[in-house]
Design a binder for this molecule. Structure first.
Ligand SMILES: Cc1cc2nc3c(=O)[nH]c(=O)nc-3n(C[C@H](O)[C@H](O)[C@H](O)COP(=O)(O)OP(=O)(O)OC[C@H]3O[C@@H](n4cnc5c(N)ncnc54)[C@H](O)[C@@H]3O)c2cc1C
Length: 264
């Protein structure tokens, strides 16, 4: 059972960061994941009073506060209109509406869970992560880092540039609301492709490919899927995941292009 002696509702990010520098403290998102652990902390730090529960849109980018819930991602009109509904698609299978109304974007990205639909989706958009102490870094770099207990920074928001890319998302589950067996997000910008595959069962990673180097989209999809390693667990074998990854990558590419395109 998760236990804590003290609860602090932070009045500023600086206060939260100071508190979190102590090993005995922990910053929390929606606590949906933490409540299932056996972690014991002296102080838990709540960021819910800092106005970080908003999705803001400018002409250049979307700014998603760390305390936004998965339900906000799912229902945000601006995000879903710009990125072809992928935020609805990547969240709608996660457990249920009540749970998605509690789990946060900050907790989902900070956790860098291998099964994460959110990480898979945002990687293909070349999102950036704003950390209170370290500043802004790419999500790709952040996702590749190990999750370390002594990393005391705070994830403040996610930034997604409006760079004109189109995106599509798909996941496969053995049963509705289970963790994904495979998660796949494909984005395209001009002749550049961005493919992120998660739940392999390893953590999502991104590959970039140029269409000019391939004759057909199926070839491009095979190359993209072949860039990842796939493991086995109780949900499926590595071989099956590899097969699914190639099929979903191709289908998403074809959806974005409207058809299979041959080089002239
Ligand atoms: C039963 C169940 C099924 C799930 N199924 C799926 C699924 O199918 N797909 C999927 O993508 N996800 C799934 N999830 C994960 C879920 O979507 C969230 O990612 C998870 O609950 C973490 O979010 P949270 O707000 O609860 O974080 P918390 O539990 O509060 O925190 C998680 C970790 O992140 C840290 N943290 C939180 N916020 C910050 C911050 N701003 N800065 C620094 N560190 C922070 C905490 O210290 C902690 O270490 C599932 C979770 C559960 C419990």
């Amino acid at each position: 059972m998760f236990r804590a002696d003290d609860y602090v509702k932070a009045e500023s990010l600086a206060e939260a960061y100071e508190l979190c520098k102590k090993r005995s403290s922990l910053v929390l998102g929606g606590m949906v994941w933490m409540k299932m652990t056996g972690v014991t902390k002296r102080t838990i730090v709540d960021l819910s009073g800092l106005g970080l529960d908003k999705i803001e849109e400018t002409d250049e980018a979307f700014f998603i506060g760390c305390m936004c819930t998965l339900r906000q991602l799912e229902t945000d009109k601006g995000l879903n209109a710009y990125f072809g509904g992928i935020f609805k698609e990547c969240t709608r299978h996660i457990v249920g509406v009540q749970m998605r109304g509690c789990a946060t974007v900050g907790g989902s990205i900070w956790g860098r869970f291998g099964f994460s639909d959110i990480l898979t989706c945002m990687l293909a958009l070349d999102a950036q992560v704003e950390l209170f102490h370290e500043g802004i870094i790419s999500l790709e770099e952040f996702a590749a880092r190990p999750v370390r207990r002594d990393d005391r920074d705070i994830l403040v928001r996610i930034i997604i540039k409006k760079d004109g890319r189109k995106a599509a998302y798909a996941s496969q589950r053995n049963a509705q609301t289970d963790f994904p067996l495979i998660a796949c997000c494909v984005a395209s910008k001009g002749r550049h492709w961005f493919v992120s595959i998660g739940a392999r069962p390893g953590r999502a990673r991104l590959v970039r490919l140029k269409e000019d180097d391939f004759d057909t989209l199926p070839q491009l999809a095979a190359e993209a899927a072949g860039n990842f390693t796939y493991g086995s667990n109780m949900r499926g074998s590595g071989e099956y995941r590899c097969f699914l990854a190639e099929v979903y990558t191709r289908r998403l590419m074809e959806r974005l292009r409207g058809r299979s395109v041959r080089k002239q």
